[in-house]
Write a protein that binds this ligand. Sequence first.
Ligand code: NAD
Length: 366
Amino acid sequence: MLYNLNYIYPTFAIIIKHRLATLRVKAIRLEHLYALLLHSAEKIQPATLHPHWRHKMYKITNLPFAAQKLTFAPMLILDGKIASRAVIDTLKTEVEQIKLTGKRTPHLAAILIGNNGASETYVASKVKHCDEIGFGSTLIRLADNISEAELIATITELNNNDAIDGILVQLPLPKHISEQNIIMAINPAKDVDGFHPVSVGKLVQGLPTFIPATPYGIMLMLEHFNITTKGKHAVVIGRSNIVGRPMSILLSSNQPYGNCTVTVCHSHTPNLNEICLQGDIIVAALGRAEFVKANMVKEGAVVIDVGITRVEDPTAKKGYRIKGDVAYNEVAPRTSAITPVPGGVGLMTIAGLMKNTLQAYKAIGK
Ligand code: NAD
């Protein structure tokens, strides 16, 4: 689309004309113009812009000439829809190839206990993704008064079933059941959630294993958007076995999208704000809505928001809204890249789980 520069604010028009001449650009798109205005005027710092406009600027810098000529560092929204789609599409292609050979397809079994609303949603999404990719899936629903022994018996059946490649037991469990005993009951070869001590031990030693789906998804996201991690200081808030701890191991590992110096913070960390301010990368996985504020984030940091908290809101259709651990609107303008909630890490978690399922199939399923 062409625009007449005479309609532009005259001072900017002169600067723009000059820059266009330098760049030998004959046609200009509105986004180019916007970028040039911002860049040439040097009045507006990208960091002070509303996330919407920074996102637009990110798109601009992806355009061929702008990428070469503009020097500002716009904020990148780490869009889980885009990154997970790339993973899912690759898996779909692999399953199509498997089908062509006439072999059975990968199969995931999910056990859902009780009627926890969030768990129902997560499991439904996992089953939906299995269908889309072409995996088989079995959903086993159990009442929340099931005994630990009965649950272990169900898991044992799945362990012994050669048609099942991956087993997941949706957490949290009812209080009378030991999470640890249930995790230990799953055959490590089918442990697609990566919570079994055998999987965790291998992860720590840098051996091939099932990586817990959420940290795995985050690594896939860093890879998709080619975020530099080597030599960076990563601050992980939270030390749970399913997110914070494995995340810290992966980021510190000697591997692509690792090689960070990692600080793990938790509920007993006294000077959290100061530590966060040192982070080139912050992974917030503590489960406190909008806990990470702008004054805790260094300019240009990469912020990964893992949190999912339902916050009551009578104005919302469902009566609640999903909030991340990061106060997005105030933090985003300070960052160089940030994940939204929803639409960020959650989608990558499913992608990680689906990759693990295919991996389990490849190892044992044929
Ligand atoms: P968890 O409760 O098991 O662990 C929370 C951790 O945060 C603990 O290690 C605790 O020490 C730390 N913590 C709590 N309060 C803190 C504080 N004030 N300061 C510093 N550290 C503090 O939680 P989790 O299972 O690791 O999950 C964390 C969040 O991530 C939750 O909101 C959960 O819903 C969400 N989650 C999201 C996904 C996803 O796919 N996006 C997956 C798993 C978990």
